[in-house]
Design a protein around this ligand. Structure first.
Ligand code: S3P
Length: 463
């Protein structure tokens, strides 16, 4: 009989207190890596996310010939040695949707043929929203029914970008980043129109690297790196300038991951008498939707930006909040569901502990994340005694529910749901069993070692 590693999570009887600092933001780390690979010079990425997803991006750059170094608290990437191809490569992205989507844009500007695959979860996720606009711009990309495996036949120059008939409309931050990376390496750039609110890390990163992407309201004009106004910081050589001086180092300090912080915040809101602070965490306004919603529900949470250079960062203070009330969240809300898509299962769980009803709609995108996060959340919570109604595009649930626990939380291999099960265990009547807990490492490798719940856990093997 096969044994499986499990994590057993026990109820927490004492408060969660103290100061926490989290590993770097996953979204920002991915972008830092891709932009660094375009430079001929050393980029030092401090406090990177060591998430398995970001490692996938790091390994991709290594396999393209970039010089990459891993140190205890920083990574160094130098794109000078990046191979100019033509290459024939098989690349596996593991579970990482962000690596896959951004890489498809990035590789469109390389030379060679790239066969791209992912694990079974990633192979079910749509890629066509990235490949279709790139194809329209002249890239040669073949998908398998709109999904991985994908083949990118790249010729260095995406010529179709010469006729950017109209701006390409995007509603996903990953697609925006993929098109930006492709546009930077095209002949005449690309115009992108953002038709939905989305995280803006790509634009901030471009600015940090000295790229002049012109932005007017929701329209971004990305200039190719060969144009004088398109590139200021990436490379003297690629700009056709000769210089004896080496490219200067660029230092990037990645703020703590606010999506990871949401698990700590949820735990502190629900565990009696908790009072905790999270420092050096990213507080980019395009990522603070969860904080805003929790505050709107009556949660005792406050945050303060202490450094507003490049990516806003600061601290969060959260206290036990027994008086939470339910929330209605849809596209008519001040914060739309897509603005906090990764935190929606946590918000639904918080709703089950609040007073009154919670309804989350216009979140159909959840169905194509690492799992179908609507049905998986409903089923997993159901097995822990918490009732959530599955809607086509979200959840409906009533508050003040007991978490009976005592069961096995089937997170379907989805890192965010495995971590949600861990947090639910802290207030469950009976221990919660989380199989394959290691999956949390896709976004937060240190999750199970976090001081907030380390003493409530027992890891073992089970048949
Ligand atoms: C991400 C964007 C979001 C988010 C994902 C990371 C990014 O997806 O769900 O976890 O880094 O750009 P969308 O691209 O669908 O907005």
């Amino acid at each position: 009989m096969e044994t499986q590693s499990i994590q057993e999570v026990f109820r927490r009887s004492n408060p969660i207190t103290g100061r926490f600092v989290l590993p770097g933001d996953k979204s920002i780390t991915h972008r830092a890596l891709f932009f660094s690979a375009l430079r001929e010079g050393r980029t030092i990425i401090h406090n990177p996310s060591s998430a398995r997803d970001c490692r996938n991006t790091y390994e991709l750059l290594e396999s393209l010939g970039c010089c990459c170094e891993t140190h205890k608290d920083h990574w160094v990437v130098d794109g000078s040695a990046r191979s100019v191809g033509p290459a024939l490569m098989n690349i596996h992205f593991g579970n990482s949707g962000t690596t896959a989507r951004l890489a498809i844009g990035f590789l469109s500007g390389e030379r060679g043929t790239f066969s791209l695959t992912g694990d079974s979860s990633l192979s079910r996720r749509p890629m066509e929203h990235v490949t279709e606009p790139l194809r329209f711009l002249g890239a040669d990309i073949v998908t398998t029914d709109g999904k991985l495996p994908v083949t990118v036949i790249a010729n260095r120059v995406i010529s179709g970008l010469n006729e950017p008939a109209k701006a390409i409309e995007v509603s996903s931050a990953q697609v925006h980043a993929a098109l930006t990376l492709a546009g930077l390496r095209s002949e005449s750039g690309v115009r992108i129109r953002r038709i939905a609110p989305m995280r803006d890390h790509t634009l901030r990163m471009a600015k940090k690297f000295g790229l002049s992407i012109q932005t007017h309201d929701d329209l971004d004009q990305v200039y190719p790196v060969t144009e004088p106004n398109g590139l200021q910081g990436i490379s003297h050589k690629r700009r056709g300038l000769s210089t004896k001086d080496p490219e200067p180092n660029v230092d990037l300090l990645i703020p703590g991951d606010v999506s990871s912080a949401s698990f700590l915040i949820t735990a502190a809101l629900l565990v009696s008498e908790s009072d905790l602070q999270i420092h050096n965490v990213g507080l980019n306004p395009t990522r603070t939707g969860f904080l805003e919603c929790v505050k709107g529900m009556g949660g005792k949470v406050s945050w303060k930006i202490t450094d507003n250079e490049w990516e806003p960062r600061g601290s969060i203070h959260v206290q036990y909040s027994p008086g939470l009330h339910g929330i209605i969240l849809d596209n008519s809300s001040h914060i739309t569901p897509l603005m906090m898509i990764d935190e929606l299962p946590l918000l639904a769980f918080l709703g089950t502990q609040a007073n009154g009803e919670t309804v989350i709609r216009d979140a159909g995108e959840l169905r194509v994340k690492e799992s179908d996060r609507i049905s998986a959340t409903v089923a997993m919570m159901g097995s822990l005694g918490v009732k959530i109604e599955e809607l086509e595009d979200g959840f409906r649930l009533s508050g003040q529910q007991k978490v009976s626990g005592g069961g096995r939380a089937d997170h379907r291999g989805d890192h965010r749901l495995a971590m949600l099960a861990g947090v639910a265990g802290l207030i469950a009547e009976e221990p919660v069993i989380v199989p394959n807990p290691d999956v949390a490492g896709n976004s937060w490798p240190g999750f199970w070692d976090c001081e907030a719940w380390r003493f409530n856990l027992q890891s073992r093997f089970q048949y």
